[in-house]
Every structure is written in C-alpha cells, then in structure tokens.
Design a protein. Structure first.
Length: 276
C-alpha cells in the first residue's frame, strides 16, 4: 500500500508553485487534500486540475480561501476544515512571497509584509493545527523555507530574514513536538520556476541574479518529488537539487569561507558589468 494512501493533507499556498506540485503528487499517491490560498478562483482551477488525475472515488480534493497572515482568519478556517474533513496527517506550509532588493531600497511596509506572510503565516497555521494533531496523537508538519534561509544572499535582505526565521522555527519545533509523535520537515530549495520569478525580476539587482545562479534552478515538480520522498523517509532537512546540496555542504564544511568569497567576487563582477 502506498505511504500516502488514505491520508489527508492540508496545503497552504496550494493553488500554485510548489504547493500545487506537491498536491498533484500526493493525489496521485492516494492522498486526500484540502488546499488553502487567498484566491478562490485559482483554488478552484487547482482542484479541477488535481481531480482530473484522481482514480479513487474515496479521495477528496477540497479548497478554502484563507489569508495565512491573518491570525483570526487562519484559526477560523482551520477549525472549519477540521470539522468538515478531519484532522490532517500532513500539514504543508507552502504559502509565501518573495521580496527582492537591497535593504536600503526596501520600505518598512514591504519588509513587514514579507514577515507577516512568510514567518507569521507559517506560525499561524502551525498554531491552529497543533492542538488537533496533539489530540490525534500524530502528525507531520512540513515548512518550506529556502536556500536563502541557509546562506545569506545579496539583494534579498527581507526574504533571507524570513527564511532564516523559518529554519530556526522548524529546528525548535522538531525537538518540541517529538514527545507528541509529530514530525517536522524543513525544505530549503534553491530558486524554483514559480510566479515569484517574473514578479521579482524588475526589483532584482544584477548582482543577485548572478549570485543565485550558483545554487541552480529547479521546477516545482522536482522540489515536490524531493519533499514527498523526504517525508516518506522521515527526513528533517531536505535540500533539493545537486547544486544546492553541494553549495550547502561546502558552506557548512568551510564555515562560509568557500561560499562567501566566490559570492563576493561574483557580486563585484556583476556590478562592474552593469556599470555600477
């Protein structure tokens, strides 16, 4: 029997990008789904796409419009979802926003919005679902951070701040929730081909474009496969992609010496080429 067959997953940010890719893969493995995102139209479209690939009549694909940055909305919507569909076996926190630009060019409101969605959004969903998982006696929480949460990047001061916060949050949760038989998985992918890329292009410094290429570029489907495989194997940290894994290894091995030096050189070269 497939690992996910008959299980239930709640996925935030489930209407696009990594969240949708994971939803599609879990559905093909027999998992029922409840997708959360702000836009109901995009959720409806995602549900139709997923349902087209489902063969089992017992599987359910549902959606609920929810703003993860709104604590009260999350509490209400998670409660509604649990009452209607049951306590999930798996919570995947995929909702997030990108924020590119050097610190001096990022307003307080931009920084604050990134924090609210990426950090407090994850905190809100974990806080809402945790009492139900504790009562059930088991569960698995997957928090999607980024390579930018493991290695600081030029031109991503607000984004890196939020992703580093998710790494620390997940590390703490891993230890705290073991006593309740609740597992935690942290996912740190490199750049992924999502709607974020096009939206951030205008604000992205040339130096940032050069530096982030070091970790490679993956499709949402490739990241989803790594997540599903890692969850099955009970892994805590998942770094998808060979280039990203290698970069992280050398960063840890050299205490940053073998990554910061080349990064600084690439930044200088990119700045020179762009006439700065």
């Amino acid at each position: 029997m497939a690992y996910f067959s008959g299980k239930l997953a709640f996925i935030t940010g489930g209407s696009s990008g990594i969240g949708l890719a994971v939803a599609n893969l879990l559905a093909r493995e027999g998992c029922s789904l409840v997708l959360f995102a702000r836009g109901q139209d995009s959720l409806d479209k995602a549900c139709r796409t997923i349902e087209a690939g489902i063969n089992k009549a017992s599987q359910r694909v549902q959606s609920i419009s929810m703003d993860v940055a709104d604590h009260h909305d999350v509490q209400q919507k998670i409660k509604t979802a649990v009452e209607k569909f049951g306590v999930p076996d798996l919570l995947i926190n995929s909702a997030g926003v990108s924020s590119a630009g050097c610190f001096e060019n990022i307003s307080y409101d931009q920084f604050d919005q990134c924090m609210k969605i990426n950090v407090y959004g994850t905190r809100n969903t974990v806080g809402a679902i945790l009492p139900y998982m504790k009562q059930k006696g088991c569960g698995h929480i997957v928090n999607i951070s980024s390579m930018a949460g493991l290695i600081g990047m030029f031109g991503y001061s607000s984004y890196c701040t939020t992703k580093y916060a998710l790494v620390g949050f997940s590390e703490c949760l891993r230890g705290e929730l073991k006593r309740y038989n609740i597992q935690v998985t942290l996912v740190c992918p490199p750049e992924v081909k999502t709607p974020f890329i096009e939206k951030e292009a205008a604000a992205l410094p040339a130096e940032s474009r050069a530096v982030k290429s070091l970790a490679g570029l993956l499709t949402p489907e490739a990241v989803a496969r790594a997540i599903v495989r890692g969850v099955k194997n009970g892994k805590f940290l998942i770094v998808p992609g060979f280039a990203a894994k290698s970069l992280y290894f050398w960063h840890r091995f050299s205490n940053g010496f073998l990554t910061r030096g080349p990064s600084d050189w690439i930044v200088k070269l990119a700045a020179w080429r762009s006439g700065k």
